[in-house]
Design a protein around this ligand. Sequence first.
Ligand code: GRF
Length: 204
Amino acid sequence: MLNGRTVRTAVLVSGGGTNLQAILDARGKVIRHAEIVLVVSGNPEAYALERAKRAGIPALAISAKLLGGREAFEQELQRILELHKIELIVLAGFLTILSPDFIGRWDHRILNIHPALIPSFCGKDYYGLRVHRAALERGVKLTGATVHYVNEIPDGGEIILQKAVEVLPGDTPETLQRRVMEQAEWILLPQAVEMVARQLKVED
Ligand code: GRF
């Protein structure tokens, strides 16, 4: 599947989709060895689905609630990923914690973007604005974003890329989140997708 062609990539989302948008905007520029062929949202209301539609990317939502739990959700997710011959998964603001079972089937094939410099402010209860609130409460002068492989430990996988961002006086969790997105997340994620996709093509 990989030799000589681009890597078939799915982006999993739950929210606004600004990281998805950064990936879509990087196609043919930073991203040349991955083809975004599918967007899956864990939340049917996610604006990220709108962004996918506008870009002409097949997009769908699957809800663990409606399917009756995480096991049924992961079975459906696996079925859809196989149907689309997906080779690489990118978690871009995807809030469902995937089981070790599911992750084990995608070893070094799932990337995640975390809005802090792992190992700071990461792990089970650190997501969204909570991450930035914790950074401000601790009084760090630098924070940033990390792209890492996903393993069975939340935010515990091998680090791929990181980028530091200054915390400014008067920052609120919202202003800090925005700066980390603009100056780190939206730059790192496309770079990491390209790096990993190129590696996958070479390995094949
Ligand atoms: C971002 O802050 C990202 O770091 C985190 O969840 C948020 C998603 O934002 N994983 P968006 O949906 O990509 O706009």
